[in-house]
Design a protein around this ligand. Structure first.
Ligand code: ADP
Ligand code: MG
Length: 394
């Protein structure tokens, strides 16, 4: 329905706002553009209704080049919602809602019918149609802005961070409203946001922008599963992977309860045979009371085999550990940051109670993203197609 072909916009002064964009949007889609400030989202959106003219390239709507059409006619066919609503203060709410139908010469009775229908859709009283914008709360005004955009018989609606200035509860309600109306009225919406939660909630597909380019354009599901690069991963945020699993809160709930450990007085030969038996390359070292002292690994055994005899001789005391009561979310971030393969888990007296391995975290993360059915083996088989996730945890 909307197609960009190698579209670039260079502002006067040489600023490249968007560069060589090619993509298409189907009828009935809800597209969210997301990216950092200055990445070109608004510019891209405003080129759709020719409020900004591209420097090069072609934009088609229903296979027609929009530059061959009168810009005003085009604009009236496309709804537009911005952050500060833009209700006209001297017009009643009813007149505001039917502004575009009026411009399109829809007769008065029909317009009134539209206004009544629209205000009912958003659960505001019909009497409100006779009021003026300043008599309404900010949230109510924004609702009117949304239905005004939906009231005209426009198939395409552009929304530029429409809810950015609202409090979280109002924003949440309006998101539900827009999504519901979009589906019910069969609109195509192009929506700019810098809030990933908003994009994931609303979009049928998300376009991720950075420095004037689209980095990834895919469904929320696919973006979560296969983030295109580190920038997208960062935008998603590691903790998001756990947000949908609120019941898993502490490390103790997900750790493996059988960390392989050894005491300091044991010989290196004993350590090696324990490693072979348990198929591990690291052993946690604890005293008789199970208090964590450090670790040894196969490299340090190899390096110091000639001079050392006991585990205690090669003990590495620089060990990063977490308490079982720690929040899993924080721990995941710390593991990601430090790049460690595992983390010993202790109780409040530093006694070893378990271990959190990268692979167990991978399990949890996959579980969150893919649901219960897909096992780690299946996920591993798909690994080639899911580089983002495995990289995060490598
Ligand atoms: P976003 O909406 O993603 O924050 P914009 O599309 O508004 O980004 O801007 C993209 C880039 O183009 C920014 O670097 C911005 O400073 C620049 N830009 C936007 N509008 C103009 C303008 N009218 N003149 C010059 N540069 C502009
Ligand atoms: Mg913008």
């Amino acid at each position: 329905m909307i197609e960009f072909k190698q579209v670039s916009k260079i502002y006067k002064g040489g600023k490249i706002a968007v560069e060589d964009l090619s993509f298409s949007i189907e009828e009935g889609e809800f597209i969210c553009f997301i990216g950092t400030s200055g990445s070109g989202k608004t510019t891209t959106m405003r080129m759709i209704n020719r409020m900004t003219e591209p420097t090069s390239g072609t934009i088609l709507i229903n296979d027609e080049d929009i530059h061959k059409e009168n810009a005003v006619t085009l604009r009236r066919k496309i709804g537009y919602v911005i952050q500060n609503v833009g209700l006209l203060p001297h017009l009643t709410i009813g007149e505001n809602i039917t502004l575009v139908p009026q411009l399109l010469n829809v007769e008065k009775e029909k317009r009134q019918a539209i206004a009544k229908k629209m205000i009912a859709l958003v659960d505001l009283p019909e009497e409100m149609l006779a009021r003026y914008p300043h008599e309404l709360s900010g949230g109510q005004q924004q609702r009117i802005g949304v239905i005004r955009a939906l009231a005209a018989d426009q198939k395409v609606i552009l929304m530029d961070e429409p809810f950015g200035a609202l409090d979280p509860i109002t924003r949440d309600t309006l998101q539900d409203l827009v999504k519901d109306l979009q589906v019910r009225l069969g609109k195509t919406i192009v929506f700019v946001t810098h809030d990933m939660d908003e994009a994931l909630k609303l979009a049928s597909r998300i376009a991720i922008m950075s420095e004037g380019k689209i980095i990834q354009f895919d469904t929320p599901d696919n973006i979560l599963r296969h983030p295109a690069n580190a920038f997208v991963e960062e935008l998603l945020g590691a903790d998001r992977l756990l947000q949908t699993k609120p019941d898993i809160t502490t490390v103790g709930q997900v750790m493996l309860a059988h960390a392989v450990s050894i005491t300091p007085e044991k010989s290196l030969a004993q350590a090696i045979s324990l490693m072979r038996e348990k198929r591990v390359d690291t052993l946690l070292v604890v005293d008789e009371a199970q208090v964590l002292k450090g670790f040894i690994d196969i490299e340090s055994i190899d390096a110091k085999r000639k001079t050392a005899t006991s585990v205690g001789d090669i003990l590495n005391t620089q060990v990063f550990y977490v308490q079982q009561s720690a929040l899993l979310r924080d721990t995941l971030q710390r593991i990601l940051k430090r790049g460690v393969k595992y983390v010993p888990v202790t109780d409040s007296k530093k006694r070893l109670v378990g271990i959190l391995t990268r692979s167990s975290l991978v399990d949890i993360v996959y579980d969150v993203i893919f649901g219960e059915e897909e096992t780690l083996q299946e996920a591993a088989a798909n690994q080639e197609a899911t580089p983002g996730i495995t990289e995060v945890l490598k």
